[in-house]
Structure formats: C-alpha cells, structure tokens
Design a protein around this ligand. Structure first.
Ligand SMILES: Cc1cc2nc3c(=O)[nH]c(=O)nc-3n(C[C@H](O)[C@H](O)[C@H](O)COP(=O)(O)OP(=O)(O)OC[C@H]3O[C@@H](n4cnc5c(N)ncnc54)[C@H](O)[C@@H]3O)c2cc1C
Length: 158
C-alpha cells in the first residue's frame, strides 16, 4: 500500500473501491479489497488512526460484554473475528488474561455470571484460547504472585 497526498494524480486513475476514512474500519476494508485484487483508494483527511482508532485500548475483545444485552449473534461474531485476527496477525495479537474479581454480589448475580461464562465458552466452542476458570481467593492471590512477576504483567485486573 502506497500513501500519496497528490490528489490530482489520484484523480487521473480509475478505482474499483474508494474508502473514506483511515481508521481501523477503513484500513481494514482497504486491505481486504486490495487483497481481493480490487483497485482501491483510501482517503484520510488527517492521518491514519487520527480518530477513535488512535484512542483505543487495543483490545481484540471477544464480545463478552454483549452477553449482558443477550446479543448472542454479536458475541459469536466478536469471537469469530478474534480467532481470525489471532491467525492473521500472531505478531500483533497476543492473548491477555483477565482476572475479574467478584465479591459482595448476591447469589443470583453470581449464578448469572456463571451461566453467562458457560454460555460464552459454548459460543466459542472452536476457539484456540483456553476457556474461563473460576479461582477461589487463595488461587487468585497466588495466580497474581506466581513466577515472581509483577501481577500487572501477567494479568490485567478489571
Ligand atoms: C477510549 C476508547 C477505547 C476503546 N477501546 C477499544 C478496544 O480496546 N477494542 C475495540 O475493539 N474497540 C475499542 N474502542 C472502539 C474502537 O476504537 C472504535 O470502534 C473504532 O476505532 C472505530 O473505528 P472507525 O474506523 O470506524 O473510526 P475512526 O477511527 O474514528 O476513523 C474514522 C477516520 O475517518 C477520517 N475521516 C472522517 N471524515 C473524513 C472525510 N470526510 N474524509 C476523509 N477522512 C475522514 C477521520 O480522520 C478518522 O481517521 C475504543 C474506543 C474508545 C473511545
């Protein structure tokens, strides 16, 4: 992909696809189109990832939060896309463990979380990453201390 700022020269050529906006969506679509052999042009008015994409926390999340809205289709889509990115860009996408503390919640809320996580694992039946695990207090403590590493290097706490 070549970056050009010469609009006059761009106007002389013919393209199959013109994309406005060089955020993650626009660049992703441009990459896909170019890989399919389409003559592709991408217009960005500022700089690549100038907008929201430059402010993202860079998580390739698997749509866990959409479970709360019972949007199972979107969860499945997020999980599928995560697998694709793990396969396409293993040099950029690395698994990151999350430890989510649960305390002071009602029995009902805990059950809801358990069922939700089981459902999440079912929806990601073809994933390459491990399924969720429940840790008791002691295991959670030792998991964050294990190996003498600083906990935040191994696990990100929510
Ligand atoms: C704080 C924060 C954290 C986030 N963290 C995550 C995360 O961890 N994981 C995740 O999946 N999502 C995350 N998101 C959401 C994610 O960042 C957005 O969904 C995504 O960046 C949107 O990308 P986009 O390409 O649609 O838009 P943008 O990145 O905003 O790109 C639009 C581009 O279009 C350009 N443009 C606009 N108008 C024109 C025009 N007329 N001509 C030419 N160019 C134009 C803009 O300059 C811009 O570069 C986060 C969002 C925020 C705010």
């Amino acid at each position: 992909m070549r970056a050009r700022t010469d609009l006059a020269r761009l106007a002389e050529a013919e393209y199959d696809v013109a994309i406005i906006g060089g955020g993650i969506i626009g660049t992703g679509v441009a990459r896909d189109a170019a890989m399919r052999g389409l003559r592709t042009v991408l217009f960005e008015k500022e700089d690549f990832c100038y907008g929201t994409s430059g402010r993202s926390s860079r998580m390739i999340h698997g749509g866990l939060r959409y479970l709360a809205n019972y949007d199972l289709g979107l969860v499945r889509e997020g999980l599928r896309e995560r697998e694709i990115l793990l396969r396409l860009a293993p040099h950029l996408v690395r698994p990151l463990k999350f430890l989510i503390p649960i305390y002071g919640e009602s029995f009902l809320h805990k059950m809801k979380l358990k069922i939700g996580m089981i459902l999440y694992d079912l929806l990601s039946y073809d994933k390459s990453l491990p399924s969720h695990k429940y840790l008791d207090r002691e295991s959670a403590r030792s998991a964050t201390r294990a190996g003498g590493e600083r906990p935040e290097r191994r696990l990100r706490l929510l």
